[in-house]
Write a new protein. Structure first.
Length: 177
């Protein structure tokens, strides 16, 4: 890489990430902040849970079909702020959907047969609960100037992940039906 690019990266990269895999139980036992309160603006970064039952079922079916599931983005708070070890920047809807399925709150239908999590063979239980096939993009809280992520760092990262693409328009989506 050219020296100018190294210098640009050092000066501007506030978030250093790594790809890691986690188990659902591990994450919930360690503490998972799904809302991410931002005290400087007195708001939560994350919206409430909004996925429909159909969207939740579609996510679980994706496991069985081997579809790629987008990465979940978290911040590892090594100082355990608010008793939580991790803050979810992107992936709240997916994590809560998986947890709801594992908790037996809904079943999925495969080939005309309904399956709750407890009805599944052990291999599938471990695969889903182990969050196999989902990668986590983890940032360690050592960047952002003073060694802590600021609220603005979290907002900027959230916007980068969720807002900088061009959304599909409904006319195009409807034309595919």
């Amino acid at each position: 890489m050219l020296p100018e690019l190294h210098q640009f990266r050092r000066q501007n990269q506030k978030i250093q990430t790594r790809i890691i895999n986690y188990d659902l139980d591990y994450l919930f036992q360690r503490g998972l902040d799904m809302y991410v309160y931002l005290p400087t603006i007195d708001k939560f970064l994350q919206r409430p849970f909004v996925w429909t039952l159909e969207q939740q079922k579609e996510l679980i079916k994706s496991y069985f079909l081997g579809r790629p599931i987008p990465s979940i983005t978290i911040i590892n708070l090594e100082n355990k702020t608010n008793g939580c070890t991790y803050q979810v920047i992107d992936g709240k809807q997916r994590l809560l959907s998986i947890n709801s399925f594992v908790s037996g709150l809904f079943a999925i239908e495969l080939n005309g047969v309904e399956y709750y999590y407890n009805d599944l063979p052990e291999y599938w239980k471990k695969s889903i609960k182990g969050l196999h096939d989902i990668q986590f993009v983890e940032a360690v809280e050592e960047f952002g100037g003073n060694g802590k992520f600021t609220d603005q760092d979290k907002i900027d990262w959230f916007k980068f992940i969720n807002c900088y693409g061009t959304p599909q328009d409904m006319e195009h989506i409807n034309s595919l039906k």
